[in-house]
Design a binder for this molecule. Structure first.
Ligand code: URA
Length: 209
């Protein structure tokens, strides 16, 4: 039991939630995926980063953001002055959705019913961690976190007051998904968009000081 967080003493521990989520059957994605990829990070992190869903590498490792998008995220966090070990990192959808294409497993975007089915896990993570700030990276995360389809470019880079879990409001910052940066074909655009992503993360860095 902690004394510094008596206000969420009733919330389940992340370890308990992770164990429950391992058996989740709330949507069909568990059938083809290797495992549930639950969030990870300090129980009382001030900042929660939310991505879309685990990719191929994450599905195998059982950890969020450890593949190419994770490397991009790590680099941007470093450039923004953020220690990844101090933030809680999770995904809106916790199973990998893919179609087999020869030897590779091709990522598929989760549907609204899949995003909705997984949202209770995000709500439980929120209740357990109680971050001051949630960073929604990309359209799927923004849809889950804000509860509605949200255009990234109109919304990004500013703090929004959101409902959070039932009891506690949170601030939300919407930004792009690191995979978006990986997909940009043009090197100039890539560099420019990377700098914008780091600028968004610098707003986040202020919450960690
Ligand atoms: N993309 C995501 O949205 N999440 C991951 O964990 C990895 C890639």
């Amino acid at each position: 039991a902690t004394t510094d967080h008596d206000d969420n003493a009733g919330a389940p521990s992340l370890a308990a939630l992770r164990e429950q989520a391992a058996d989740c059957r709330a949507c069909p994605l568990w059938k083809d995926a290797t495992q549930t990829v639950f969030g990870e990070g300090p129980q009382h992190a001030a900042v929660m980063l939310v991505g879309e869903q685990p990719g191929d590498k994450e599905d195998l490792a059982g950890q969020p953001f450890v593949g190419p998008a994770g490397q991009m995220l790590d680099r941007a966090l470093r450039d923004a002055g953020i220690d990844r070990g101090k933030v809680y990192v999770t995904n809106a959808v916790k199973h990998f959705k893919f179609v087999p294409r020869g030897k590779i497993r091709l990522h598929q975007k989760p549907t609204t019913p899949e995003i909705r089915a997984c949202r209770p896990w995000y709500e439980r993570e929120l209740a357990a961690v109680r971050p001051a700030l949630v960073v929604a990276m990309g359209a799927t995360a923004a849809q889950s976190v804000l509860g509605k389809i949200t255009p990234i470019n109109k919304t990004r880079g500013r703090l929004i007051d959101a409902a959070g879990d039932s009891a506690h409001p949170v601030q939300v910052l919407v930004t792009v998904h690191p995979s978006y940066l990986l997909r940009l074909p043009d090197e100039d655009a890539k560099a420019r968009e990377y700098d914008r992503f780091v600028d968004d993360l610098k707003i986040v860095a202020k919450h960690l000081k």
